[in-house]
Design a protein around this ligand. Structure first.
Ligand code: AMP
Length: 199
């Protein structure tokens, strides 16, 4: 069962790679950024609340995100695996997520190997790319929230709020670091090799 969290700063190629890997292994690609952008476009209640944070490059409050992700994971297409892209983004989100996942486990003391068999385990892919490459990539992407000022701010938010997750998942031995400073194909191949070993 493929259950992966993609971690990495804005511009690391998370979205692109998460989507390709989700297609290869036929699991849903769940991007919190995409779900939020759809809500903003639809001017839903969530979208209206989220927009002010997103426009500034700030993180949307944990509670809104956690409810949104929980609802998405309850969808039947996520029963047999998923690729999460852009979530968790904070240690609080990671802790809450873990509690919810483990709450379906019959034995909270099971090892990672046992959890993998019972479907309660997931691995975290950390895509590593140097900062100067990230800024160049983001500037050429041209998304609405991709101007130089918000880019630098989002990178700062990442190192403050999301970088601690790397230590968090390193400690729980779920972290797998992949060099993201390569062509799309090379990174996809490296990811597929890694996923094949895990499943
Ligand atoms: P992304 O497409 O993943 O870069 O996300 C775009 C924006 O959506 C971010 O800059 C945040 O404002 C918001 N966002 C996406 N995922 C999360 C999350 N897990 N927690 C908080 N905010 C998020």
């Amino acid at each position: 069962m493929v259950k992966l969290v993609f971690l990495g700063p804005p511009g690391a190629g998370k979205g692109t790679q998460a989507s390709l890997i989700a297609d290869s292994y036929q699991v849903p690609h769940i991007s919190t950024g995409d779900i939020l952008r759809t809500n903003v476009a639809q001017k839903s209640f969530l979208g209206i609340q989220a927009r002010e944070y997103m426009d500034k490059g700030d993180l949307v409050p944990d509670k809104l995100i956690l409810d949104m992700v929980q609802e998405r994971l309850e969808n039947s297409d996520a029963e047999n695996g998923w690729i999460l892209d852009g979530f968790p983004r904070t240690v609080t989100q990671a802790e809450e997520f873990c509690k919810k996942l483990l709450s379906t486990s019959t034995n909270e003391n099971e090892t990672e190997g046992e959890k993998a068999k019972s479907g309660n385990s997931f691995y975290v892919i950390n895509l590593q790319v140097p900062d100067n490459v990230l800024v160049d990539r983001l500037l050429s992407r041209g998304r609405q929230d991709d101007n130089e000022e918000t880019i630098r701010y989002r990178l700062q938010v990442y190192s403050q709020q999301t970088q601690p997750l790397i230590d968090f998942y390193q400690a729980s031995q779920q972290l797998i670091t992949i060099d993201g400073n390569n062509s799309i194909e090379t990174v996809t191949n490296a990811l597929e090799k890694t996923v094949d070993k895990l499943t």
